[in-house]
Design a protein. Sequence first.
Length: 132
Amino acid sequence: MRFFAALVDAFASFVQRNPLFVLCVVILALVAPALLKGIAAFILYLFLGLVLLVGILAFLFRWRLYRLRRDLEGQFRGFGPGAGDPFARTRQYAREGNVEVRKTTATPEKRVSDDVGDYVEFEETTDSQNDR
């Protein structure tokens, strides 16, 4: 019973807020019911069209994400023996617990000559709280 009372209250508040709109709808219903039916059909078709458009866009979005994921997986397949794992190539040679350090490039050539700059002697001192 409260549900119907809430519906009646909502309808009454809508009529109080929009009296001109409600008057136009009542006049259309009395004078030209076919026109009112056409307007209602237009609104219904517009709403259903929007729902259909949102559904199609959601489907296209999911399809595009699927294609993007499939393309990225295809790119990772070319990385070596792991065929889907880009890091499998490095895991193949190293066992757990063993650490291998390899030199990848030669040390770069020094860009500044030895005669540039001055040597400064310094001595490290410690500041204690009592000196301050």
